[in-house]
Write a protein that binds this ligand. Structure first.
Ligand code: NDP
Length: 424
């Protein structure tokens, strides 16, 4: 498949020289449009992805507007020209940006790229995932209604193997900003290298929740389960490894089972539902395979398993599953499952716990639970991941940088760190 990027290429000269006030006006209208259509966005993503409507309203519809607001706040003070000694440093837009996004938080992940790129004066070609492309059409409609000149924002839909490949290899694209799996990220990185394109990668995770011996175990387990099951586990930052002192392992497993029992599965459009189905048949197969693997790897099944939840035989539902006595080097503890599966791992010393947390190809997120806040900051600094929460599993502030160490990615999104890469 070939695609022509003539529109994005042609629009670049004009948009790249547009005054900041013009770009702010577009983003202001985008922000209003996202708020005005929040209900429709939540419904759309709920139906496509399966996230329960209450959460979809807060997160899938809420975050894109919040992120847009952070760039509205940042843009007026960004130093597009600054003096360094006898030099003037100018920050110019990088060019046509190819954005490729996944299906799990489809509009949020698109906005994380599209908004700073447009704010920097770049033109954009967005390729959303074919699994959940509809919110990208809403984004296109809102941007169109702002009077953005033709060609500044472009939407190309189609599978990664065709539309995505065409975009990453296109010579007119000067930057690739990709969110998705580490395997696809590698392909994107190769394509970028072939053509010396700038590259930003947000990839997978296998994040650890490190519960210290002095922590409030009940709060730690509840927070970890909430994070692990968010969007039915289809969340890159999900806390999927629960690290607990060996002598509190059984208690932690009991608490996890109780927390999981409160997560009512069902129709995601129902306000009472806490756990929706997975997004696709492929995801469903993948997660069930991992649950079966956990059983053969010798972990203890605390709750859940490969059968469908009661009353949810139709659809891609999976029982929220907790494994105990999980070996840190087993595949369910090392590989990203991307489903509602928690692995409980025992440790003897805090040093060992940090080593287990860091024994991962990934480094995206994590949390430390303790009553000693100074120690928490010290330990957080030893966990080799982009973000570490303390006594919380809350989402980070949308104006602070987000991204991964190791195979979780290259670069950062959000805040000034997420804006700079769209400039030369
Ligand atoms: P994929 O890597 O399969 O897909 C991501 C995007 O890449 C989709 O738009 C897909 O298109 C496209 N794509 C697939 N193959 C190619 C290709 N050969 N060339 C160009 N583009 C291609 O990931 P998923 O969509 O399955 O998303 C899940 C993964 O994303 C998980 O590993 C998760 O951790 C990670 N993720 C990371 C985040 C982060 O911020 N670090 C945030 C959210 C998810 P299509 O689907 O249409 O085929």
């Amino acid at each position: 498949m070939t695609i022509t990027l003539a529109a994005a290429h042609a629009a670049f000269d004009d948009w790249s020289q547009s005054p900041v006030a013009r770009r702010l006006a577009v983003l202001e209208q985008l922000h209003s449009g996202l708020l005005a259509r929040a209900g429709e966005i939540a419904q759309t993503v709920c139906r496509e992805v399966g996230m329960p409507i209450r959460l979809a309203t807060a997160i899938q519809a809420g975050l894109p507007a919040t992120v847009t607001r952070t760039y509205l706040d940042l843009l007026p003070s960004f130093p597009f020209r600054e003096t360094v000694g006898n030099s003037e440093v100018q920050y110019l837009p990088v060019g046509v940006v190819g954005c490729i996004t996944p299906w799990n938080y489809p509009l949020h992940q698109a906005v994380l790229k599209v908004v700073p790129a447009l704010a920097a004066g770049c033109t954009v070609v967005l390729k959303p995932s074919e699994v959940a492309p509809q919110s990208a059409y809403i984004l296109a409609e809102i941007l169109d209604s702002t009077g953005l000149p033709p060609g500044v924002f472009n939407l190309v839909c189609g599978p990664g193997a065709t539309a995505g490949e065409a975009l990453i290899h296109h010579p007119d694209v000067r930057m690739l900003s990709f969110t998705g799996s580490t395997d696809t990220g590698r392909r994107v990185a190769h394509a970028a290298a072939d053509d010396c394109k700038r590259l930003a990668l947000e990839l997978g995770g296998k994040s650890a929740s490190l519960v210290l011996p002095d922590a409030d175990l009940a709060a730690a387990v509840k927070g970890t389960v909430n994070s692990c099951l968010l969007n039915s586990g289809q969340t890159c930052t999900a806390l999927t490894r629960l690290l607990v002192p060996a002598d509190r392992h059984d208690e932690a497993c009991e608490l996890a089972a109780a927390a999981v029992a409160r997560m009512t599965p069902g129709n995601p459009l129902d306000e009472a539902t806490r756990l929706g189905p997975l997004a696709s048949a492929q995801q469903h197969r993948r997660v069930l395979d991992y649950i079966r693997l956990g059983l053969t790897e010798g972990a203890t099944l605390v709750t859940g398993g490969p059968d469908a939840p009661e009353g949810c035989a139709r659809g891609y539902f999976v029982k929220a599953t907790v494994f105990g006595h999980v070996r840190p080097d087993s595949r369910i503890a090392q590989e990203e499952i991307f489903g509602p599966v928690l692995s409980c791992i025992r440790y003897s010393t805090v040093e060992e716990a940090i080593a287990i947390a860091n024994d991962s190809d990934y480094g995206l997120s994590g949390s430390v639970w303790t009553t000693d806040i100074d120690r928490a900051a010290e330990i957080a600094g030893q966990v080799r991941t982009g973000v570490v929460a303390v006594n919380s599993s809350a989402i980070l502030d949308m104006a602070s940088p987000f991204g991964g160490f190791k195979k979780s990615g290259i670069g950062r999104e959000l805040g000034p760190e997420g804006f700079g890469p769209f400039t030369e």
